[in-house]
Design a protein around this ligand. Structure first.
Ligand code: A2P
Length: 282
């Protein structure tokens, strides 16, 4: 299968950059993850997203190391599990992830969930800075952070995350999160960008999306991923199917019109849609 052109790079506030589209790996197990990652890299993916909590870092690492692309051309993200928040425990958390991945460093380390009731995300992020200074992660960021969590983190540490990875799709649009991130130079990345699992089927079968797809001669998944890309987001669609992986990366050579975007905006469910990270997380 022919590979798609590489995703463009988006600059991060710390002087580094992130490929604008990556492969999500939840809920793949080690063996599936290894195969999916190796296939994706062969197709032109350069950005791979995992997490300690996914339980697949060994497989992801094998896929990354076996793909035949130099390590410095790849962008690997992992996320710290909640049990490692606070008291410099993130040091052991990242060291354990690196051991499972079989890598010397990751490109991006994220706090997986804010877990605001524990009150440890700010001190955890201070530890992240030490890990960045030590070269064990190139960039540092957060996931599932609301504006209020970010305000606490920035005020409490004087540090600003490079990335905030949150649940986003044309129905879950979180305008307030994206505006806060943009004002603070934080790149917003989209998890479950296609609507996620069974939900993806519903979103991708929506007549508005299938209508735009057939007019542009692309697939519904490509319409949705193009929506993310035109909004300046960094989607990380998960697929273990090589043909869908190929399609998902091939979203940089067509445009949604202003009228398409206006129509897609009608799918938004409004504030409060999606996972609430004050109540969820690990
Ligand atoms: P599969 O792995 O069989 O491709 P999300 O990243 O939003 O969580 O969505 C992941 C889900 O969407 C998975 O079930 C994945 O299944 C499916 N999926 C991924 N890419 C596409 C696509 N282009 N069209 C339809 N379904 C897709």
């Amino acid at each position: 299968m022919a590979s798609a052109p590489l995703a463009p790079l988006i600059p991060l506030d710390d002087g580094r950059s992130i490929p604008q589209l990556g492969l999500g790996t939840w809920p793949l197990k080690d063996r599936e993850a290894e195969e999916a990652v190796a296939t994706a890299i062969g197709l032109g993916y350069r950005h791979i997203d995992t997490a300690a909590k996914y339980g697949n870092e060994r497989g992801v690492g094998r896929g990354v190391r076996g793909a035949g692309v130099p390590r410095e051309e790849l962008f690997v993200t992992t996320k710290l599990d909640g049990g490692y928040q606070g008291d410099d425990r993130a040091i052991a958390g990242l060291e354990d992830s690196l051991e499972r991945l079989g890598l010397d460093y990751v490109d991006l380390l994220l706090i997986h969930w804010p877990l605001p009731k524990r009150g440890k995300f700010a001190s955890t992020f201070r530890t992240f800075k030490k890990l960045q200074d030590a070269g064990l992660t190139r960039s540092i960021g957060v996931s599932n952070f609301k504006p209020a969590h970010l305000r606490t983190l920035i005020d409490g540490t004087g540090l600003t995350p490079a990335v905030n990875q949150i649940q986003l799709d044309p129905t879950i649009t979180r305008e307030d999160h994206r505006a806060f991130d943009a004002e603070h130079g934080i790149v917003t990345s989209s998890w479950s960008p296609l609507g996620g699992g069974a939900g993806a089927t519903d979103l991708l079968a929506h007549p508005l999306i299938t209508g735009i797809a057939s007019r542009l001669d692309v697939t519904p998944g490509q319409v949705v991923l193009r929506w993310h890309v035109q909004a300046g987001l960094v989607p990380i669609p998960k697929s273990k199917n090589p043909e869908r992986m190929r399609q998902n990366l091939d979203v940089f050579s067509f445009d949604l019109s202003a009228a398409d975007l206006e129509q897609l905006a009608t799918l938004a469910l409004g504030p409060g849609a999606g996972v609430d990270s004050d109540r969820t997380g690990h």
